[in-house]
Design a protein around this ligand. Structure first.
Ligand code: NAD
Length: 355
């Protein structure tokens, strides 16, 4: 594995820890990018990397992303991320999760973990047996924060789409606004339902076409094949599946004045934000609009740390601030001429003391 400080993605990370426990077979990297605003918080990814250097890249890149995301969500948390390097069969054992919990505990609260790709709520419950520095655990009763972050992420994206429609199209409601959604899983499906309730016209696509068809039938929209969704002429294109879809080819295909959706890392390369702006397309920076889930899991963690019940309305109140933050970014973008992704990055860097 190459030295992390020579990696292009190394950005003055405060801690990069290699964890190896031969007994359980655990190999992991825990990275803390910034603790300026609080402990480094971000999920644990369980993934098989053909080249272990990819694991280091993910830990560095994703932990920096969490610094920005948490800062822009107004949370008292820094940015961190863990990556567990799975074998080819993706063998995951209770012993491995226990050893990982011990490694998180050994950091004494500097890093707070949660679910990410390949890690379930049940896995986090297992990790929580060894350390208290875990969020994303099941909600403790009716009206309490916690549990699946998906619906909270969807709520924030829905509010963000409304803000984008207001900013770009001058409309106060999404009634009759045509939204094309890529991916109708946990997040995209939730966004579609909220939009349908407010009278939006929906075009849905998913690589599992039957999923898109079933939801379109339920909500009264149209389902189209996954490979055409980016060319649908619409008012809003909402990516809620994969990252890196906004590349040269993807942007050229878009027939929309707005891109606003929850998928992480939508811009394939940094210059693609500018390319969207040059085409006159308003972009909602992904880590700002999709922060609803992290707001929920962080509030749950902070309440548990203080031994207090966590009111779900507090979570909703914070999610309701997402449109205001987006509006601030777009206004700054309009006055400075910088694309919204660059404005958001600069705001986040300012907030974490690296302006
Ligand atoms: P999910 O697995 O529930 O849903 C993803 C959906 O996208 C699936 O139905 C899948 O079939 C579909 N899909 C995959 N590739 C596709 C393609 N090429 N075209 C069309 N559809 C495709 O995942 P999710 O939790 O809904 O997350 C969706 C995105 O949002 C991911 O990028 C994730 O990182 C991001 N995100 C999720 C959360 C959360 O709270 N779950 C929070 C922040 C960001």
């Amino acid at each position: 594995m190459p030295a992390f400080w020579t990696e292009a993605d190394y950005d003055d990370h405060e801690l990069v820890q290699f964890v190896r426990d031969p007994k359980s077979g655990l190999t992991a990297i825990i990275a803390i990018h910034s603790s300026h605003l609080g402990p480094g918080a971000g999920g644990t990814r369980f993934w098989h990397y053909a080249d272990p250097a990819g694991a280091m890249r993910d830990a560095l890149r994703l932990s920096r992303g969490m610094s920005y995301k948490n800062a822009m969500a107004g949370l008292p948390m820094g940015g961190g991320k863990a990556v567990i390097l799975a074998d080819e069969n993706r063998t995951k054992t209770p012993e491995m999760l226990a050893a990982f919990g011990d490694a998180v505990e050994a950091l004494g609260g500097r890093y707070v973990t949660a679910e990410d790709v390949g890690i379930s709520e049940a896995d986090m419950v297992a990790v929580a047996e060894r350390t208290a520095h875990v969020s994303g655990l099941p909600a403790e009763g009716e009206g309490a924060a916690g549990g699946d972050p998906g619906p909270f992420t969807s709520m924030g994206i829905f509010l963000g789409i409304k803000a984008a429609v207001k900013h770009k199209l001058g409309k106060d409601s999404v009634d009759g606004v045509h939204v094309a959604l890529q991916g109708v899983g946990s997040v995209g499906g939730g966004v579609a339902r909220l939009l349908a309730k407010d009278g939006a016209k929906l075009t849905l696509a998913d690589i599992h076409h039957d999923r898109a068809e079933a939801l379109a039938a339920e909500l009264g929209g149209e389902a189209v094949p996954a490979d055409v969704i980016m060319s649908v002429s619409c008012d809003v294109f909402s990516p809620n599946a994969l990252g890196a879809i906004l590349d040269d080819e993807g942007i050229a295909r878009l027939e929309t004045p707005i891109v606003a959706g929850g998928a992480n890392n939508q811009l394939a390369r940094a210059h693609h934000g500018e390319m969207l702006a040059e085409r006159g397309i308003l972009y909602a920076p992904d880590y700002v609009i999709n922060a609803g889930g992290i707001i929920s899991v962080t509030m749950e963690y902070l309440c548990r740390q203080h031994g207090e019940p966590c009111d779900i309305n507090e979570v909703r109140k914070r999610i309701a601030q997402i449109p205001g933050r987006l509006e601030q970014i777009w206004q700054e973008s309009d006055t400075s001429g910088l694309s919204p992704d660059v404005v958001a990055d600069r705001m986040a860097q300012e907030l974490i003391g690296r302006g």
